[in-house]
Design a protein around this ligand. Structure first.
Ligand code: 13P
Length: 340
């Protein structure tokens, strides 16, 4: 197959009604933090066992079309020797890989960060592809503060995201482009909307400049929400209205799917907000779906606690969130479904 055929087939397999993406690509320091918060010891074996538990959940492929893995997982095997990548594939889930190398302070822009990892990326992608990865993820972050994000950070991260996306497509790997405006802080929803619009506008300019084929990429943005420490909360209808408005203003219609991150929302908020968009807005040019880490994994991780005896209950907690988010993709979720 040509790289073009690869891109097309991957998009076809990943963009499906009622399905989304599981982000299970936490770096070792991040998953250590998440495990510790619920009392699970973090080592290579517990990480392997936990990720095997997620990928072997019966029926999970009904709601999850793609999984983002961390480099370590790409080389790990299930108890019976099956590679975890193969476990995903058998469930009908496309395996992908986080390829960025984390954040560094952006020089001359105090408070802003730039994402690292472009050096050697073509060579790394060839290796990941040989191991079964068909798509990639790269995350840029933007904190909202009195002077942040600066124009410099908005332009620099857009440029880097676009270079990453172009390199991926050249390798026949579908890029997930993730510009995340952080939820941390006491800013209001209006500020989040203004910053998200500016960030995405710049990202699409850069994608055009770098000749990225918009048909063969996925966007993974934040929803427009008030800061965690903002006193004024926003109902799902307002989040949906503001988020859809920003997407319409900035995201080209050629992009097949927008898969939101959960970014510190509760699992219930993440489902309710996605649902409101799909319920209240029809005939949008893109699928609106999810690519959640915390909002899918918090309940199963807390249920599992690192104990084999809890594996079944953890899988039940996981598929419940996957199913509810699958319904939210269709605009058919209701808060009452949280019971039972
Ligand atoms: P959250 O859904 O927890 O924000 O994680 C998504 C992700 O992959 C961040 O890069």
């Amino acid at each position: 197959m040509s790289t073009q055929d690869d891109l097309q087939a991957t998009i076809r397999d990943m963009v499906q009604r009622g399905k989304g993406i599981l982000a299970a690509d936490e770096s070792t320091p991040t998953i250590t933090k998440r495990f510790q918060a619920v009392g699970i010891e973090c080592n290579e074996e517990t990480r392997r066992t936990y990720r095997q538990l997620l990928l072997s959940t019966p029926g999970i492929g009904d709601y999850i079309a793609g999984v983002i893995l961390f480099e370590e997982t790409l080389g790990q095997k299930a108890d019976d020797g099956t590679p975890l990548v193969e476990l995903a594939r058998r469930a009908g889930i496309v395996p992908g890989i986080k390829v960025d190398k984390g954040l560094a302070g952006l020089a001359n822009a105090p408070g802003d960060k730039v994402t690292q990892g472009l050096d050697g990326l073509p060579e790394r992608l060839a290796g990941y592809k040989a191991q079964g990865a068909r798509f990639a993820k790269w995350r840029a972050v933007y904190a909202i503060g009195p002077a942040n994000p600066t124009r410099l950070a908005i332009e620099t991260n857009a440029e880097v995201l676009a270079r990453y996306a172009a390199i991926c497509q050249e390798a026949g790997i579908v890029p997930i482009v993730e510009p995340e405006v952080l939820i941390d802080g006491d800013h209001d929803i209006e500020q989040c909307e203004t910053v998200t619009e500016a960030v995405q506008h710049e990202v699409f300019h850069a994608l055009k400049r770098h000749r990225v084929q918009l048909e063969y990429m996925l966007l993974k943005p934040n929803m427009v929400v008030p800061g965690k420490a903002c006193a004024a909360k926003a109902p799902p209808e307002e989040v949906a209205e503001r988020t859809v408005r920003v997407m319409r203003r900035t995201v080209a219609a050629a992009v097949p799917s927008v898969n939101f991150l959960s970014g510190g929302l509760t699992p219930q908020e993440a489902s309710a907000f996605l649902n409101a968009m799909n319920r209240d807005y029809r005939n949008l040019p893109w699928l609106l779906s999810f690519s959640y880490a915390r909002a899918l994994q918090e309940p199963p991780m807390a249920t599992w606690q690192g104990k084999a005896a809890n594996a079944g209950a953890a899988q039940a907690a996981f598929i419940k969130r996957a199913r509810l988010n699958g319904l939210a993709q269709r605009g058919e979720y209701q808060a009452a479904m949280e019971q039972g």
